[in-house]
Design a protein around this ligand. Structure first.
Ligand code: G6Q
Length: 550
């Protein structure tokens, strides 16, 4: 039995005067339309925006007044967001349920920064691993690293799941323009064998390198896929075990498990218990990213992360992009009753960005107790979803414009294109701007009738507007910009978690999933004499067994 750590009691949010004042204030603001807000405050388009790090962050189309913002800032201060932020950057063990520091910010701290955990500076180790990754990545990229038969590596397959998959997979898509030609990254995560099969069916094992990415090196899905990969690879080399060293690398915190699997510890890249899975794409978990874009590209991405870290750490909350983003998110979620957030990048390279953010936000803040274990009496994490525009416009945007649910949107766009194929970038940008404008201001029945639409049809064409959104306009996508954007969301999630008083850095629901299936696995094989689940689960197991002839 571990001894209980000393956890300070958390003041319940709803007993704070700042919270109660917001509840009253929200009654008034809920009746205001964005048309009124812009009419009464003509400068808000310029002033409710932040310019930093080649980003123009416009939150003027959120349903907030300047008073709302002051009140939200007062709440953030009362909840100690700044003190908790400083504690994170200092290396305090703010993940109390797991008694761990939360130091993804150390992964991108420049050499010479001092960040201590248990009295030991962790930054030198971070740079040692980065240097080892760089040497490995360079060898693979240059072809100096040879497979078992002497061929160079053409495909890198990252095998991992959750935090050991989503970040690198998102980054591979996002940074394709910077990837080395002739070297492809693929990702196998699902224990469904279709995933492994489809990702390897056209590959030559002699040109394929597997990176087994798992913090614990015990995750069922990853280990099943890793063993299948080992068998697939060995088969091609007549079972010669020596080939494993040439075709497998590992990223993990668990050296013994890696050894047991048979991977040469020289090909293992470590990280630390103070890096949470969903905060790890900039650790050695990003090895595939580094192989794709090169050590310099990876370091540029880290520099972008660090720039946003510094912005978050040093900018007063009033002009602090992630903090304001978190406050607006909290306002929408709690006070305007919006249960979801759509993240809509107008950039095809950010195809997987929303999926990545789903984990970052929902695994972090999908919690129902405060740090001290008291059940919350307020809403926590929204459901995060979305996909790139303009495709979404031809699908689910109808509901965002005219449905009965209010869906706050984050629009992400870039001014400069990466390829010059005509006027696509202007068309894309016109679309994103038109969407946020229409969502905010809508179209009244009068305006529609004024266009000659018959009265019977006009109600169908009314756009009520007053649908809140934030537009994040970046100058241009790049590895550095990607780092800034990911860190922006990381710190937004941090801000919200700090106000809700939850632990944004544990994930007991995920851990549950890791143990539940283990009980059923032998039962599917027909070996368990008696099924002791509920009636539905028992019947499903029996049907599965019967169809599998067991
Ligand atoms: C992330 C979660 C979770 C984790 C996966 C994979 O914050 O903890 O998504 O990353 O379950 O875990 P391993 O890296 O240990 O295989």
């Amino acid at each position: 039995m571990s001894t209980a750590p000393a956890i300070a009691p958390v003041t319940p949010l709803d007993t704070r005067p700042e919270w109660q004042a917001l509840c009253t204030h929200a009654e008034k603001v809920r009746t205001l339309h964005l048309r009124d807000l812009f009419r009464d405050d003509p400068k808000r388009g310029d002033e409710l925006a932040i310019e930093a790090l080649d980003l123009h962050f416009d939150y003027s189309k959120q349903r907030v007044t300047r008073e709302t913002l002051q009140m939200l800032l007062a709440l953030a201060k009362a909840c100690g967001v700044e003190a908790r932020r400083d504690a994170m950057f200092r290396g305090d063990k703010i993940n109390v349920a797991e008694n761990r520091a939360v130091l993804h910010v150390a992964l991108r701290a420049p050499k010479g920064t001092v960040i201590k955990v248990d009295g030991k500076d962790v930054v030198p180790e971070v740079h040692q691993v980065l240097d080892a990754m760089s040497a490995f990545a360079d060898r693979v990229r240059s072809g100096e690293w040879k497979g078992h038969t002497g061929k160079r590596i053409r495909t890198v397959i990252n095998i991992g799941i959750g935090g050991s998959d989503l970040g690198p997979a998102m980054a591979w898509d996002a940074l394709k323009p910077w990837a080395q030609q002739g070297l492809e990254c693929r990702f196998v995560s699902n224990v469904d064998e279709n995933d492994f099969f489809e990702n390897t069916k056209d590959l030559d094992p002699a040109e394929t390198l597997f990176i087994i990415s798992s913090k614990t090196f015990t995750t069922l899905e990853t280990m099943a896929n890793a063993h299948t990969a080992r068998a697939w690879s060995l088969k091609a080399f007549g079972g010669d075990e020596k080939s494993v060293a040439k075709h497998f690398a590992a990223v993990s915190t668990a050296l013994d498990e890696v050894r047991k699997f048979g991977i040469d510890p020289a090909n293992m890249f470590g990280f630390w218990d103070w890096v949470g899975g969903r905060y790890s794409m900039d650790s050695a978990i990003g090895l595939s990213t580094m192989i794709a874009v090169g050590p310099q590209g990876f370091r540029d991405m880290l520099a972008g992360f660090h720039e946003m870290d510094e912005h978050f750490r040093t900018t007063p909350l009033e002009r602090n992009m992630p903090a304001l983003m978190g406050l607006v998110g909290l306002w929408n979620n709690q006070f305007l009753g919006c249960d979801t957030l759509a993240v809509l990048p107008y950039c095809q390279y950010l195809d997987r960005f929303s999926a990545y953010l789903q984990q970052l936000e929902m695994e972090s803040n999908g919690k129902h107790v405060q740090l001290d274990g008291q059940h919350v009496r307020w809403q926590t994490c929204p459901v995060v979803w979305g996909q790139p525009g303009t495709n979404g416009q031809h699908a689910f945007y109808q509901m965002i414009h005219q449905g009965t649910k209010i869906v706050p949107c984050d629009f992400i766009a870039f001014a400069e294109s990466l390829h010059n194929l005509g006027d696509h970038q202007d068309l894309l940008t016109a679309n994103v701007l038109a969407q946020s404008e229409a969502l905010a201001f809508g179209k009244t029945q009068k305006e529609i009738e004024g266009e000659g639409v018959p009265a019977w049809l006009a109600p169908h064409k009314v756009m009520e507007g007053n649908r809140p959104s934030t537009t994040i306009l970046g100058r241009k996508l790049s590895p550095r910009m990607l780092g800034r954007l990911v860190a922006l969301y990381e710190h937004k999630v941090f801000t919200m978690g700090a106000i809700w008083g939850v632990n944004s850095f544990d994930q007991w629901g995920v851990e549950l999933g890791k143990v539940l299936a283990k009980r059923i696995i032998p039962e599917l094989g027909g070996k368990a004499a008696e099924l002791k689940h509920d009636g539905s689960t028992n019947a499903l197991i029996r049907r599965y067994r019967a169809w599998r002839g067991r």
